[in-house]
Design a protein around this ligand. Structure first.
Ligand code: NAP
Length: 256
């Protein structure tokens, strides 16, 4: 790992770190040197054990991000257990599928609250810490929001998910505009089709699976580990002049 990508001594908060993309990103950051605060509903025991095997400090922080109630505690516990808040990866997210004509208010609110509202307020709480750190000693903070292909496209049967992920793109750019001069880089990663619990229904639907595979230039579903390089880049000094960018890691899907 060259110095430009080295995350030694940094602390990264990763939400939804027990599985899927969050786990893939947490482990890539740990491998690059970062200590990990693994935040989520289900305990990220495996992630924490693997991060420690890289020689890092790693702690589980229990939090249900369906409301913003735990936001301040997540920051406080991270500082208490790991010292600083240098990197935030807003990964926790849910999806609800139904035809637009039948879509319920409950499915709308649940997805928007977790994927967009909690994401914004966690950015706000971490951003306050990062701005103060930059003013104190010039340390640059990094926020990485997990967007989606549906930050760019409409999707089908996922109205609240599309609204939330389009919102994530907008909020990422807004925060970049406000904080680029205050020592905080805010960017997003837009994963393509990645094999996780979130996409289990699509993977097991033979028809949809074939349609998806045919459209991916790389010819395969992504693996959570495919997101690691982009995350390390956006968390490191290599991206200090990258602001408000939404980096697609999609096997070429958007280029099609
Ligand atoms: P996943 O395997 O279902 O993981 C979702 C993670 O979010 C889990 O750790 C989950 O915790 C956590 N989470 C959900 N609701 C939460 C809550 N209320 N409080 C705390 N944590 C919560 O799905 P994934 O595919 O890795 O998704 C991760 C992110 O990538 C999501 O934002 C998703 O929208 C995005 N994404 C995924 C794909 C894809 O193809 N897989 C594509 C584009 C974007 P529990 O295990 O406790 O539920």
């Amino acid at each position: 790992m060259t110095a430009m990508f080295d995350l030694s001594g940094k602390t990264a908060i990763v939400t939804g770190a027990n599985t899927g993309i969050g786990q893939g990103i947490a482990l890539a950051l740990a491998e690059a040197g970062a200590n990990i605060a693994a935040v989520g509903r289900s305990p990220a025991t495996e992630t924490v054990e693997k991060a420690r095997a890289f020689g890092r400090q790693a702690e589980i922080i229990s939090a249900d991000l369906s409301t913003i109630e735990p936001v301040d505690r997540i920051i406080d516990e991270t500082k208490e257990k790991l010292g600083t808040v240098d990197i935030l990866v807003n990964n926790a997210g849910i999806i609800r599928r139904n035809d637009a004509v039948d879509f319920t208010e409950e499915d709308w609110d649940a997805v928007i609250d977790t994927n967009l509202k909690s994401l914004f307020f966690l950015c706000q709480a971490a951003g306050r810490e990062m701005i103060a750190a930059y003013e104190a000693d010039g340390r640059i903070g990094k926020i990485i929001n997990i967007a989606s292909m549906l930050t760019f496209q409409g999707g089908i049967r996922v109205p609240s998910y599309t609204a939330s992920k389009s919102g994530v793109g907008g909020v990422t750019k807004l925060l970049a505009n406000e904080w680029a001069s205050k020592g905080v880089c805010v960017n997003a990663i837009a994963p393509g089709y990645i094999a996780t619990n979130n996409t289990a229904a699509l993977q097991s639907d033979e028809n949809r699976n074939r349609q998806i595979m045919e459209r991916i230039p790389a010819g395969r579903w992504g693996d959570p580990s495919d997101l690691g390089g982009a995350a390390v880049f956006l968390a490191s000094g290599a991206s200090d002049y990258v602001q408000g960018h939404i980096l697609a890691v999609d096997g070429g899907w958007l280029a099609r």
